[in-house]
Design a protein around this ligand. Structure first.
Ligand code: SF4
Length: 369
């Protein structure tokens, strides 16, 4: 395949083939996928893809695959149950002290594993209507328990700095909103967008901004991406990361370790490693929970606590996130009451645990006298 660096974001199968990012023989299948799920590959992401490698971890995240046309029986258009907790359009209120605010439904790139793939992209509404926006703000205003607003689901940094600035000001004007967290892929997908105006828009008086970067492979943290993140952090805005555990992308310890180290080097604290959601047509990108736990155990043995994300599963049906291990505390081991009584030392019947260290060795806690 001849490789041509695109000047603009690629948005359909023909463009991907023309730029050497997919084989021409795949075109009919890719067109079917693109008709169902949005496609966008920015020039920065296209430049990262090694088209000679059929298993390239960047391509797997962004280039459509015919397996997306197969929807598994346990997959769902709303895999984490946003709808069940949406009191008004644009708001998901799942936990008492925070809401998701889904302001826009467009992203700089479209990830093939996206858990909101049925809700984002062309053909869907691109943003909340003015009336829905006002309704969402009214909802937040009338719920004083909301301490944190998370802009997500779509990418708010994809739009204009002026609009983001207005939204930030509207939210910060609500006394009980103290934290505004923005989830974004823009610093890796389109780092040039993170300029002075955008940085200024991220900062607002009256609330603290956090930025959560979505990145899944260390190669996404190019020089330009690192510079964009540095500009955010240098402006006094703390950053965390969220990554998705993806088969063929980061489901080996070397890739996962490199990603976490790269994030920390960029002053981004690894926050979540998501288990792949049951989004339609994504089975080929999911690992098992057991694989995820093994990788997390291996990660603990190789990198410091700074580099450790929480491995979490969004429970289908809208029941929220659960940390899913691994568990280092393996089974309580309590002396039997009969033994204690026979020794006349009931007060010493202390629960004893088995705890696993980073090498996999098991120890008793408290240790035996
Ligand atoms: S950036 Fe997030 S919301 Fe947008 S396509 Fe990727 S996973 Fe989905």
């Amino acid at each position: 395949m001849n490789r041509i660096t695109p000047a603009a974001t690629l948005r359909d199968a023909t463009e991907l083939v023309a730029h050497g990012l997919a084989p021409a023989a795949d075109l009919p299948d890719l067109e079917k996928v693109a008709a169902r799920y949005a496609v966008a590959v920015t020039p920065d992401i296209a430049a990262l893809i090694d088209a000679r490698d059929p298993d390239d971890p960047i391509a797997r995240q962004f280039i459509p695959d015919s397996r997306e046309l197969i929807t598994g029986g346990n997959e769902s258009a709303d895999p984490i149950g946003d709808h069940a907790h949406s009191p008004v359009p644009g708001i998901v209120h799942r936990y008492p002290d925070r809401v998701l605010f889904k302001l826009v439904h467009v992203c700089a790139v479209y990830c093939r594993f996206c858990f909101r793939r049925e809700m984002v992209g062309p053909g869907k509404a691109t943003a909340l209507s003015p009336a829905a926006y006002d309704g969402a703000l009214d909802y937040i205003r009338s719920h004083p328990e909301i301490w944190e607003v998370i802009l997500t689901g779509g990418d708010s940094i994809r739009g204009s700095p002026r609009r983001l600035s207005e939204v930030m000001a509207d939210l910060a004007a609500i006394d009980h909103v103290r934290i505004i967290r923005i989830h974004t892929r823009v610093p890796v997908a389109d780092p040039a967008r993170v300029g002075g105006e955008m940085i200024a828009a991220l900062k607002v008086g009256g609330a603290t901004t956090w930025v959560a970067l979505h990145a899944n492979h260390a190669r996404e943290l190019t020089g330009n991406a690192r510079a964009a993140c540095a500009a955010i952090v240098d402006a006094g805005i703390p950053m965390v990361s969220q990554s998705v555990l993806l088969r063929g992308v980061n489901d080996n310890i070397e890739s996962l370790e490199a990603l976490m180290r790269a994030l920390v080097e960029c002053r981004i604290k690894p926050y979540y490693l998501h288990h792949g959601d049951l989004a339609p047509g994504t089975a080929h990108l999911r690992t098992t929970l057991e694989q995820g736990q093994q990788l997390m155990r291996a990660l603990r043995g190789r990198v410091s606590g700074l580099c450790q994300p929480d491995y979490v599963l969004d429970i289908p049906g809208g029941h929220g996130k659960a940390p899913v291990g691994p568990n280092y505390l393996s089974g309580a081991n309590s002396p039997s009451r009969a033994d204690s009584f026979s020794q006349g030392r009931e007060h010493l019947a202390e629960t004893r645990y088995r705890v696993v260290d980073y090498c996999g060795d098991v120890h008793l806690y408290p240790p035996e006298p």
